[in-house]
Write a protein that binds this ligand. Structure first.
Ligand code: S3P
Length: 428
């Protein structure tokens, strides 16, 4: 096993920035709701800011009152106007896929949605096909069903859909399309993916009728009124420091105000099963989401079998979980995670390439990778592959080992967590 050189300074407490998924949704739902809303705790990072900028091109006013706090004034979903230029979602898969749904269901609307080099490589057929089945007019202008996406919004039909993917982006896209067109949606997924969209619908007074397993129905009317959206801290950002603290030699870390949505806390379940000592404190609920503080204690970790049904709830945390695996008795294995290949980078390829460059003997498969217990790694130049979570994961590894693991381009971190390096530095 690798040995950590890190110690946590005494009395260490941190807060992580706003949840990315909830920040995107706060923009979309405050735009759907007519009148004034307030957003607090918004993630000031490139991805959610791009979503906000796109909706301001449609006539929604977002006035910043202090970092992360906005007063919103929306003309309501029936009065969103077509933009004069392309909507650019940058690196944000959530931004483009959820917005595509919302806009496809708006009658008499026209827009082209685009993004950066990484986003233009990501699969969009997963949303285009069901949106077309609803009667939507959405076409991919990129090759092989990729962005840019051209949308001519129109009235959609009520829709029943059984998704083969446990994807919250696909689910939310279809729900938002139904909401814009005021039609019923009956949705089923293979496993539970994060349910922030459903929580927000309920929070705004909408009804969700649960059916068997992972199936539910939403029904119009969806006339939402402006309200206050409180965005909790992002567990996916906290995950980097949870792993750092668990693997430190001594000390204790308190992370305050984190979203603990049950469909997002797979990382805690897995780390606890691996032997991690993590306590949940001060549990409460805000805007339909479970929130709390986490206290993390240094712990020895061991390999476990990660169950396939947990994959949707750890999908964004697999890179940092892999770093924990380097310090685990008997090594680490991830499988049933083929969708990792469709993230900001092909995360199976990105992790395997970087692990190999440090001397880890790792075996790649189509849906994951595996390595035996690791005794040593050596310095290497880490490739970010245009992916924030790859860059941050290896910076945590560098902090734990003291090894020089320079990243070719760490500017991608700004897409989700601009303050990451400052917080990391505060650990000394
Ligand atoms: C997200 C859903 C997940 C996740 C992404 C955010 C969301 O993607 O990886 O970072 O906010 O709905 P998939 O739905 O494609 O799994």
């Amino acid at each position: 096993m690798l040995e950590s050189k890190k110690e946590i300074p005494s009395g260490m407490q941190i807060k992580v920035p706003g949840d990315k998924s909830v920040s995107h949704r706060s923009v979309l739902f405050s735009s759907l709701a007519k009148g004034k809303s307030k957003i607090t705790g918004f993630l000031e990072a490139e991805d959610p800011r791009n979503t906000m900028k796109s909706f301001s091109q449609l006539g929604v006013e977002f006035k910043i009152t202090s970092p992360g706090e906005y007063l919103v004034n929306s003309p309501g979903k029936h009065n969103l106007k077509s933009p004069n230029s392309e909507l650019d979602f940058g690196n944000g898969g959530t931004g483009i896929r959820l917005s595509a749904g919302l806009l496809t269901g708006l009658p008499n609307f026209h827009a082209v949605l685009t993004g950066d080099e990484s986003l233009k490589k990501r699969p969009m057929k997963r949303i285009i096909d069901p949106l077309r089945s609803m009667g939507g007019d959405i076409i991919a202008l990129g090759e092989d069903g990729r962005a840019p996406l051209e949308i001519r919004g129109k009235q959609l039909r009520p829709f029943q859909y059984k998704s083969k993917l446990a994807s919250a982006q696909v689910k939310s896209c279809i729900l938002l399309a139904g909401i814009s067109s005021d039609v019923e949606v009956d949705y089923e997924e293979s496993e539970l993916s994060r349910d922030h969209t459903e929580n927000m619908i309920r929070f705004l007074g909408g009804k969700i009728e649960k059916k068997e397993h992972f199936r539910f129905v939403i029904k119009p009317p969806y006339e939402f009124e402006g309200t206050e959206f409180k965005v909790p801290g992002d567990i996916s950002s906290a995950a980097f420091f949870i792993v750092l603290a668990l693997l430190s030699k001594k000390g204790e870390l308190l992370i305050q105000n984190i979203g603990l949505n049950p469909a997002r806390v797979g990382i805690l379940t897995v780390l606890k099963d691996m032997g991690g000592k993590i306590e949940e404190e001060n549990i409460r609920e805000e805007c339909g989401e479970k929130i709390g503080d986490l206290r993390i204690h240094p712990s020895g970790l061991k390999r476990i079998d990660i169950k396939p049904e947990l994959i949707p709830s750890i999908i964004d945390e697999i890179p940092i979980l892999t770093i924990a695996g380097l310090f685990s008795e008997n090594g680490f294995k991830i499988s049933h995670a083929e969708d990792l290949r469709a993230k900001e980078s092909d995360r199976i390829h990105s992790m395997v390439t970087n692990l190999k460059s440090m001397g880890v003997k790792v075996e790649e498969s189509q849906d994951g990778y595996e390595f035996e217990e690791v005794d040593a790694i050596h310095p290497a130049l880490i490739q970010s592959f245009l992916d924030h979570r790859i860059a941050m994961s290896f910076q945590i590894l560098s902090a734990l080992t003291g090894l020089d693991l320079r990243i070719d381009d760490d500017s991608w971190i700004d897409t989700s967590f601009p303050d990451f390096k400052n917080i990391l530095r505060s650990f000394g």
